[in-house]
Structures are given as structure tokens and as C-alpha cells.
Design a protein around this ligand. Structure first.
Ligand code: NG1
Ligand code: MG
Length: 391
């Protein structure tokens, strides 16, 4: 595959400059959903599939971007002198262009132009963060080409800023952090308020992580995402009348129960309840995992799904069907939706000797109930964004 990408690069850009290759993974969040923008904890890990970027410098001021995944869009051509702004016709390339702008906004002049070819093997729009993957692969590539010295966390923040300001998606920091900072065989417990983090080895003994894609397009995800953010913000501001807290992530479930009456609207109360309890669940789940208590970790994953279904209301028929089907199988230790919800993927912990049966049976039940076909991936936990050697 990599040799093929090199050939394609030479063919498309017609260059004999040295080509360097970078990779950024996708991510899956194991627990801690819709807590990042509420100042709580998340527990994601990087995957081994992701986005490749092959990069070569040019002798002139052109920047040329091409994605193997979007051949119809063709080569997007810019100049290092351009005022970079979001343009609809740039399509997917707005993600890298937003990151390029982060560098130029910090005074890092683009001394020469460059060519970049992208190839990604993350299912699009499935909640495994293909967008953050493109952002981070661009950030690490530019860092090398421009010889800048931003820290990895700086590159994470620049990528999130590009998504917030250039793309206009007001996401939290989880995706970019997991992808920029990931570590093979580890998940990251991240406090999204302080950005304190801790790597935790994923040791599942005789079990694996299995991702299932509903293949249901997440049409509601963007609008409902922003709605949930405002519901939580409203709840927070009402709690702040009596409590000096900065975010919902500052509250324990006990404190929340004592003060929840301050939240006027019942719906806002349920949303805030999810954020507070999910944060506590995440911290507890990581403790259990570190103690080798995978059963309790799995149970907390299931509790997370129930809370996302009943209190946060971001699951939907497809995700609920996949999780129910998963939990009816032997050898399943835990199962939940992952990402923003409304479609996208679930993640389950499944005993290795039951995986084949799991895929067959869950796939069958899902298809019978929804008419859709799910895709399954046994996930390996890989490293964060980095340069790779293609030889
Ligand atoms: P996905 O599912 O990757 O869109 C979204 C947010 C995260 C986080 C989760 C919910 C974006 C790009 N990312 O993830 O920051 O809030 O939902 O936990 O919107
Ligand atoms: Mg995205």
C-alpha cells in the first residue's frame, strides 16, 4: 500500500524531490462521552488505522494538496502568499488548510511551497475522528518541514483551534489530544479542563476491543451536539448561582444531587446529570482497569451507554440495537456507543474466542432490525501522530 502511495505521489505531482511520510491515527473513546467540553475526563486511545500524508518541498511558492479518498475534488492549489480562508470548493482540504493557517498566524512563514498527498483508511463520519486525524497529520508534517518547535500539546491545541475557528465545529479537545498524544497499547486518561493526563496500559487479557460501525449517517450530530452544549452551559450557569465551580466536571455526583434543584428545566437537569456521573464513571473505570478488574470496567461502559441513551439522549435506534445485540452475546464484557452519537460506532470488549461468533450474530441481528449492514473492526491500539519510514 505504501509503495503504491509513493508511485501515486510521483505521478500526480510529477516531482523528484525527497518525499517524507507522516501518519496520524483515528481514535476510539472507551469511556467519558460528552464530558470533554464539560470540563470532565475522557479515556480515548489511538487506533492503528488513520491518515497518511506524503510530503515533498517545492522550488516555488505553490502549495498543492491531493487526497486519494476524494479523487473527484482533484488537486487543490494555493500559494504561500495567499490569505487562507475557508472555501466551500476546497471541500476536504479545508481541514489541512485550517492547520496551515495556524502556523502562518503564528508568524511561521512558509519559505517554500510543498506538495501533499493524503490517504486515509478510517471510515468517514463514523465517530472515529477522521477529521482530527487529517489535522494532526498535517500539523506534524508542517512542524518537520518548517522546522518549528511546537510541543505535541501545542500541535493538539492548534488542530483543535483550526477545527473550531476555520471549520466552525465547536468540538472539545478529546479527539485531537488522543490522536496527537496516543501511545501504543495505552489509553489516555485526560482531564479536559487542566489537560493533565496519564497513560494507562490496556491489558484485556483474553479479550479485545471490537468496533462496530452502524453505517448510519450522523445527520443530527452537528445540530444536536451544539444543542447539548447549550443545555449544559445553561445548567452550569444556574448551578453557579450557589456554587463556585468552573464546569460540570468539578462536581461529584453527591454535590450534584444536593444542588440539582437549582437547574430550572428538567431536560437540562438530565443533561447535567449525565455529564457529572459520566465524569465520575470514567475516573472509576480507569481505576478498575488498572486493578485488572475488566468486568467492572465493562459494566461501567454499559452504564455509560444507558446514561447516553436515557439522560443525554444521543444514541438512537441503530446504536441501541447494536449495543443490545452485543450484550445478548456470550463473552461480551461491555459495550457502548462512542463519539458524538446519533449513528457512528459502538465499542465492545469481547473475549477473543467469541469474536467470530460476535461479528456474525450481532451483524445478523442488526441487519434484521434496521435493514442496515454493520462493519466490524478488531481494534489495535497504536501510537499518536508521527513520521514513519516507508521503506
Ligand atoms: P466525534 O464523534 O468524533 O464527532 C465529538 C466531538 C468530541 C467529543 C465527542 C463526544 C467533534 C469533532 N468531536 O466526537 O470533542 O465531544 O463528540 O464525547 O465534534
Ligand atoms: Mg470530526
Amino acid at each position: 500500500m505504501t509503495e503504491q502511495l509513493l508511485q501515486q505521489f510521483k505521478q500526480i505531482f510529477n516531482t523528484d524531490q525527497p518525499i517524507r511520510t507522516f501518519f496520524a491515527p483515528g481514535r476510539v473513546n472507551l469511556i467519558g462521552e460528552h464530558t470533554d467540553y464539560n470540563g470532565g475526563h475522557v479515556f480515548p486511545c489511538a487506533l492503528t488505522f488513520g491518515t497518511y500524508a506524503l510530503v515533498a518541498p517545492r522550488n516555488d511558492q505553490s502549495i498543492r494538496l491531493y487526497s486519494v479518498n476524494f479523487p473527484n475534488v482533484g488537486i487543490i492549489e494555493l500559494s504561500t502568499q495567499d490569505q487562507l480562508e475557508f472555501q466551500k470548493e476546497h471541500d476536504w482540504a479545508n481541514y489541512p488548510i485550517g492547520v496551515i493557517k495556524e502556523f502562518t498566524d503564528r508568524g511561521d512563514q512558509l519559505k517554500t511551497g510543498f506538495d501533499v498527498l493524503y490517504y486515509g483508511n478510517i471510515p468517514n463520519g463514523a465517530g472515529l475522528s477522521s477529521s482530527a486525524s487529517i489535522e494532526l497529520v498535517t500539523a506534524v508534517a508542517l512542524q518537520s518541514i518548517l522546522e518549528t518547535t511546537f510541543s505535541s500539546v501545542d500541535l493538539v491545541k492548534m488542530s483543535q483551534h483550526a477545527e473550531n475557528e476555520f471549520i466552525g465545529v465547536s468540538c472539545g479537545i478529546m479527539d485531537q489530544f488522543a490522536i496527537g498524544m496516543g501511545k501504543e497499547d495505552h489509553a489516555i486518561l485526560l482531564n479536559c479542563q487542566t489537560l493533565d493526563y496519564q497513560y494507562s496500559p490496556i491489558v484485556l487479557e483474553d479479550a479485545s476491543l471490537v468496533i462496530a460501525n452502524t453505517n448510519k449517517r450522523r445527520t443530527l450530530a452537528d445540530s444536536k451536539y451544539n444543542e447539548r452544549r447549550s443545555e449544559c452551559e445553561r445548567a452550569l450557569s444556574q448551578l453557579q448561582k450557589e456554587l463556585s465551580i468552573q464546569s460540570l466536571g468539578d462536581l461529584t455526583p453527591e454535590q450534584f444531587e444536593q444542588h440539582r434543584h437549582l437547574i430550572e428545566n428538567d431536560v437540562d437537569q438530565k443533561r447535567a446529570k449525565h455529564a457529572v456521573y459520566e465524569n465520575a464513571r470514567t475516573i472509576l473505570a480507569v481505576e478498575k482497569l488498572q486493578q485488572g478488574d475488566i468486568e467492572s470496567f465493562g459494566q461501567l461502559m454499559c452504564d455509560s451507554h444507558t446514561s447516553l441513551r436515557d439522560d443525554y439522549e444521543v444514541t438512537g435506534f441503530e446504536l441501541d440495537t447494536l449495543v443490545e445485540a452485543a450484550l445478548s452475546q456470550a463473552g461480551v464484557i461491555g459495550s457502548r456507543m462512542t463519539g458524538a452519537g446519533f449513528g457512528g460506532c459502538t465499542v465492545s470488549i469481547v473475549k477473543n474466542d467469541k469474536i467470530e461468533e460476535f461479528i456474525q450474530e450481532v451483524g445478523k441481528r442488526y441487519n434484521e432490525k434496521t435493514g442496515l449492514t454493520a462493519d466490524f473492526y478488531v481494534a489495535n491500539v497504536g501510537d499518536g501522530a508521527k513520521e514513519i519510514n516507508m521503506n
